[in-house]
Design a protein around this ligand. Sequence first.
Ligand code: TIU
Length: 224
Amino acid sequence: MTARGTEIAARPYPFRLAGRESVALLVIDMQRDFLEPGGFGAALGNDVLRLQRVVPTVRRLLDAFRERGLTVIHTKEGHRPDLSDCPAAKRDRGAPGLRIGDRGPMGRILVLGEPGNDFVPELAPARGELVVPKPGKGAFYRTGLDARLAARGVTQLLIAGVTTEVCVQTTMREANDRGYECLLIEDATESYFPEFKAATLEMVRAQGAIVGWTAPASAVLAAL
Ligand code: TIU
């Protein structure tokens, strides 16, 4: 990418990168709690292994951003050990095998600092990369992310991570409303429900990119 940017071959139309300083790779919640047995995702009854298929693609994107010195941000969904930032409405929802804060095989479910709440090892943040803990599904809710992006001059977010229709889509919508241009990387996001992933990709880029763009990782890598 030049200082003035270039274009990503995206849908519904090309995504013009504004320049090196304006773009960030935002990796959403690539944590053991969602990708490994014994965590939050599994406690909700999901087949967590299907999320692991995107790990190599996210890693390729991370490598490319790091090699070029571009901004990388990681979010992690989790709660304080006293659960003071976990609404009862979230903890009490549904009938999971283990609830948020309960002790599981990887430590307490969805609690910051527990082994199961950490990133999958292949995608661990590198020194200097921003790590944003978040109590909600959206990365802008009670995190200060907006101010931190503004301080860096970031206006465009290339988004990867899990799950497509929950934390990824919520974050993309929050970002879109705040004026960021967002591109969801199709093969770097995954859902427990393939039909929800497909619907999310369709709905964000419909109506002339009403929420944002989508493109495969190969198109993003070609443009960097
Ligand atoms: N359950 C589910 O699909 N997702 C979450 O609870 N969090 C995220 O998407 N990270």
